[in-house]
Design a protein around this ligand. Sequence first.
Ligand code: GTR
Length: 422
Amino acid sequence: MAITSIMAADKVKEKFNEDESKVPAYTLPDPLVFPSGKKVDTAEKWTTQRRPELLKIFEEEVYGRTPATRLEGIRAVVTEGPADALDGRATRKQVTIYFTSKDDGPRLDLLIYSPKNKKGAAAFLGYNFIGNQATIADPAVKLAHGWTQNREKQGMTNNRANEESRGTESTRWCIDQIIDRGYAIATACYGDVDPDFDDGFQNGVEPLFYKPGQTKPGPDEWGSIGAWAWGLSRALDYMETDDDIDAKRVAVLGHSRLGKTALWAGAQDERFAMVISNNSGCGGAALSKRWFGETVNRINNHFPHWFCDNFNKYNNNEAAMPVDSHELVALIAPRPVYIASAENDKWADPYGEYLSAVHADPVYRLLGTNGLGVDPVSDKVPALNSPLLSGQIGYHYRSGDHDVLPYDWEQFLAFADRHLKK
Ligand code: GTR
């Protein structure tokens, strides 16, 4: 099947390209060239000039600016634990980050497992889709208090968590293996920060930042991906205060829309020591200019709340984009980044995800790392199930569907062992 047309329910009628031979000719902006045409030839020029310039473009044209204001009344409260978990191998804590001084206002419930009797563990941090209770079969985990995605199989049809969903996404989290390898894991439901539907930004955290009279974010202000990324940084703020975790060794990760979120969180907040993008696709690791799988037009029309309004300028107009995803990856440099793709996930453009790594490689090398870790860097996607683990940029192309599988975690852990272990 070369061209897929989208379902009738979709707002836009558009053809989607899933045929490599139909990828149009495109030119990628060079991350190591200033708009003046001058080369970015030193690490210093990258760090002090080019990186801020690119970050600003992503802020104003893609995800929207994140407000710099610190919320008055924001506070973290340990609401459960520390308690023994996983047959005594782990410590469980549940922490609520209240975003205002009110207890019933927007708040994030963070679930943390850390290896027992270990202080300062390196950690993974990522959002889940349907509540913390789904990430592990542990009856002590609180059900999500707010909006979640639905899972009809578990009887979740009203965007609320239920008992039946406990542990149903545990293969996406592999918490046992993470603990046994000596890492902590922290997760929260992304709906706690902003419910994932287009309501004109009335719910979620955005209204907390409105200026008097403002009713929605401006054209260059954040959308939901920006808000979710902000929430990850607030989780990291808490982790900085928790002795069980070494907040200087936290990998932020996410799958799909939450992979886009993890990349954007890691690009903005340099405290994240590592970033992992799983099947993040359009608006994540995949190059938009390739026009393969999901397009900018489709994502903006289908999910009008994800990006900033300015991003609509590039609907059916990817050639005009002043940046592309290789530069998003480059914003993470020199910190380790891992990009995971799946064979059947054509919608997310696995090859386009790999090419972002390829074209971020020169920035990683300029900053003194070994980039993708192979010489010469090939623009051919690596063989199936043959992860590239030796570089500062890691990558794999695995068989199977759009999902997070134990196979993915095996690679994330191996990559973390190389970069986050003391
Ligand atoms: C799809 C969307 C993708 C990806 C995915 C997900 O519908 O087109 O960009 O984000 O959802 O997050 O599950």
